[in-house]
Design a protein around this ligand. Structure first.
Ligand code: ATP
Ligand code: AH0
Length: 363
């Protein structure tokens, strides 16, 4: 199938969309990709809805998400199925659940294509974390690149997530094939700091962090957070570490950026200790791989080579969009998308709702 995936990540930068060819098991090809940034006004609407479960802010955010996706996804041709992640506004799997803004029924109508959406709710209902979901795709990619030994994949988005993969397993849902979980906050606290202090959107190339000194006491206190004592699988809300912003408030811009970057790296180092066997290499995807200071700190703290996914011929800017294309095909085929090793769900489950054009009833 020619599947189109779309991801609007926790960094709130914009929508990534990418085509892949797959039967939901093997990836047979990669296709075009496109990106649509949110305008400052749109981003403000999304930001105002973060942490909310309902109300006018959430409705306004959903409209922004739907409009941006409709514009971007309509530019693709020959699409058999769309995987639409939406924008996570709130994530509390052990409490109120998980909320991704954007109605897939509406998108199916507008695009005239079947759309798979709401990927996380079923997993949460069955006792899972609802995240991360990219690991089943990471398993397919490990096969695609011909990995012969266990490897790890790290996504450095707003939040970080790690997947340890045994490519010798027959299927991703098999016991021992995958271990996945969120490592901690990654770029989100850095982006928020930079926005507050300088009005910029990110610490371009890690320049600010490179000019600062890490406050090790803050990093140590950060690692004392209960999250790091939980066994994986486990997942995080974007703003779960809000206290970090207060901790670095007294520091200079550069020292604060360096310290938050060190915290992101420290979360990854802790995470690597959970790998069931030493990985041959750590492949890094997501925007954080463009930050050389963050990459150097991670490299200094783990025992295996650390490389951007491009070293394996993959596209680290589009990998999550591709993941939701892949997962859409799995849902369409009735295959599972998460398992006890990836989300802690009680049994392997296929999460996602398939909506076809013509199903939407407007009251
Ligand atoms: N050149 C760069 N220099 C420094 N940081 C960068 C650069 N490019 C991207 N980033 C960081 O990467 C972030 C975007 O990463 P990405 O698109 O992977 O996140 P996301 O998909 O929104 O998040 P998540 O994976 O948590 O859902 C930016 O907000 C920024 O912090
Ligand atoms: C609830 C939610 O949207 N989680 C995101 C977030 O961003 C990174 C990390 O936290 C990961 O758990 C997940 O996204 C990726 C795409 C995933 O599900 O694999």
């Amino acid at each position: 199938m020619r599947a189109l995936g779309a991801m609007s990540g926790t960094s709130l930068d914009g929508v990534d969309a990418a085509m892949i060819e797959t039967d939901g098991e093997t990836v047979t090809g990669f296709g075009e990709a496109a990106y649509r940034p949110y305008s400052d006004d749109e981003r403000a609407v999304l930001r105002a809805a973060l942490g909310r479960w309902e109300g006018p802010e959430v409705d306004a955010a959903a409209e922004v998400v739907e409009t941006a996706h409709a514009e971007l996804l309509a530019t693709f041709e020959d699409v058999d199925v769309v995987g639409f992640h939406g924008q996570t506004l709130a994530h509390d799997p052990r409490g109120r659940g998980t909320l991704q803004a954007g109605d897939g029924r509406l998108l199916a109508e507008v695009l005239g294509r079947p759309v798979v959406w709401d990927f996380r709710s079923a997993d949460v209902r069955l006792g899972g974390e609802g995240a991360p979901l990219a690991p089943f795709f990471h398993f397919a990619l490990a096969r695609h690149v011909g990995a012969a030994a266990p490897l790890a994949m790290l996504n450095l988005g707003g939040v970080g997530n790690l997947t340890w993969i045994d490519p010798a397993a027959a299927r991703p849902e098999d016991t021992g094939a995958l271990l996945a979980f969120d490592t901690g906050p990654a770029n989100a606290p850095i982006d928020d700091l930079v926005a507050r202090r300088t009005g910029e959107r990110r610490d371009e190339g890690g320049a600010l962090a490179a000019a600062g000194e890490v406050d090790e006491r803050i990093v140590e206190r950060f690692l004392g957070h209960a999250y790091f004592y939980r066994m994986p699988p486990k997942s995080l809300d974007r703003d779960a570490f809000a206290a970090l912003a207060e901790a670095v408030a007294p520091l200079s811009d550069a020292d604060a950026a360096a310290t938050l970057t060190a915290c992101a790296a420290a979360g990854v180092m802790r995470a690597m200790e959970h790998c069931p066997a030493p990985p041959e290499r750590l492949l890094v995807t997501g925007g954080g791989r463009h930050n050389p200071v963050l990459m150097a700190m991670i490299e200094a703290g783990v025992d295996c080579p650390v490389q951007p996914v491009e070293a394996a011929g993959l596209d680290g800017d589009m990998l999550e969009a591709q993941a939701f294309a892949y997962l859409a095909v799995r849902v369409a085929r009735g295959l599972p998308t998460s398992a006890p090793g990836t989300t802690g769900v009680r049994a392997a489950v296929g999460g996602g709702t398939l909506s076809r054009p013509g199903e939407l009833v407007v009251a």
